[in-house]
Design a protein around this ligand. Structure first.
Ligand SMILES: Cc1ncc(COP(=O)(O)O)c(C=O)c1O
Length: 394
């Protein structure tokens, strides 16, 4: 029986890590996999998370199951973080999931369960797993133009003209902030225009917010999500705590669904519990509990927000320094977009052959589509990276 399974394509980003680990050159630089790293190349446990973990160890008295949709304290703390007061909570239902990936998967499964045949629209390009999950769940997929590869910025006219084709009831996935993989994001006016268009079309926004606090700040990064939450009768949000709480392996994510009224919301809530139950039953709790402790304890929250801000400013500094070094190297400001982009990633505009050349000749690893992880650009490596980027002709 198992011999009839087809070979799955390897995940190219995960495969890249394996290649990097096997590379014996001690000059190697990892700009590949999407994990935050500090100047020493480590992915630290955030201070507030460590303190919460110690407290939890002392205070936790049981490991019995939580609710099928996770713990209410987690839902509320995350809703406060993401929405502030932008939405009437009687229309909101929740479901804790294993990571943001679990949330993305379940929302797409829920869309399929509605039986409406709704298409799911993704930006072109988008995070690779969006497309493969949609394929796995077997929903119809459409792509909308997003990126201007020449200028490395949002192709807003192209985006609007494609979103004009969205049908009523279709689901449109938008990155809440820090677009992965491009790093190019909508400004406030563009969020407003997209919102008006989708509302007029009767579309349902689905915001994937995996980097709140990595872009322009915790509040600023929630701008688009809050704007849409205040306007749309129905909307989905998939939130990840992996990056902004640094708890990748705890698998902590959340679905927030907005329904048109409290009655429909209760049914949505029941369906979200059902999806968890059919897939794996109760969601992981450890990471969610730590996040709840951090968000609801003023001291821990202040410390977490301060550390997150250090991380954000560190990445911003790396962006500016790399853009300057590239300007010095090539004598033009054609890499100025690096300082404009936000979040952990930027698409630098390399061909696949140039990405290979960077790896083979300069021991610099980035994703095949030219995505680089800005957190890997530490101050001591900036000149090496800039020289190599120009040397391979990007
Ligand atoms: C756009 C986007 N959504 C969701 C996720 C999910 O992350 P996780 O499942 O690790 O929480 C990621 C992680 O890379 C991402 O980049």
């Amino acid at each position: 029986m198992l011999s009839s399974l087809k070979k799955q394509p390897a995940d190219r980003i995960i495969g890249l890590s394996a290649l990097y680990n096997a590379d014996p050159r001690d000059t190697k630089i990892d700009l590949g996999v999407g994990v935050y790293k500090d100047a020493g190349g480590n992915t630290p446990i955030m201070r507030a998370i460590k303190t919460a973990e110690q407290r939890l160890w002392n205070e936790e008295t049981t490991k019995t199951y939580t609710a099928m949709i996770g713990d209410g304290g987690f839902h509320n703390a995350m809703a406060d973080l993401i929405f502030a007061d932008s939405v009437d909570r009687s229309r909101v239902s929740f479901c804790a999931t294993p990571g943001g990936t679990g949330a993305v998967h379940h929302v797409i499964e829920l869309v399929k369960m509605t039986g409406t045949g709704a298409k799911v629209w993704f930006s072109d390009p988008t995070w690779g797993n969006h497309l493969s999950i949609a394929k796995h769940v077997n929903v119809p997929v459409e792509k909308y133009t997003y990126f201007d590869a020449k200028n490395r910025s949002v192709n807003f006219d192209g985006m609007i003209s494609d979103l004009e084709k969205v049908a009523s009831g279709d689901v449109v996935v938008l990155h809440g902030c820090c677009h992965n993989p491009t790093g190019a994001n909508l400004n406030k006016a563009q969020w407003g225009q997209v919102a008006e268009l989708l509302l007029a079309k009767g579309a349902i926004p689905f915001i994937d917010i995996a980097y709140q606090g990595f872009g322009d700040g915790l509040e600023e990064d929630a701008y688009g999500t809050r704007l849409l939450a205040g306007m749309f009768p129905e909307m989905f949000i998939a939130a990840s705590c992996s990056k902004n709480f640094g708890i990748y392996r705890e698998r902590c994510g959340l679905i927030i669904a907005l329904s048109a009224d409290a009655g429909t919301s209760a049914i949505t809530q029941g369906n979200l519990a059902y999806v968890n139950r059919q897939n794996f039953s109760f969601p992981p709790d450890h990471g969610a509990r730590l996040v709840t402790m951090v968000l609801t304890d003023p001291e821990l929250r202040a410390d977490w927000a301060a550390e997150l801000e250090e991380v954000r400013l560190g990445m911003l500094n790396a962006r500016q320094k790399l853009a300057q070094a590239l300007q010095a190297e090539c004598g033009s400001d054609r890499f100025g977009f690096l300082a404009e982009h936000r979040g952990m990633f930027s698409r630098i505009g390399a061909t696949e052959a140039q990405v290979d050349q960077l790896r083979d000749e300069h021991a610099i690893y980035m994703v095949f589509d030219g995505r680089l992880n800005i957190a890997g650009v530490t101050v001591d490596k900036i000149d090496t990276i800039a020289k190599a980027v120009i040397a391979v002709g990007i």
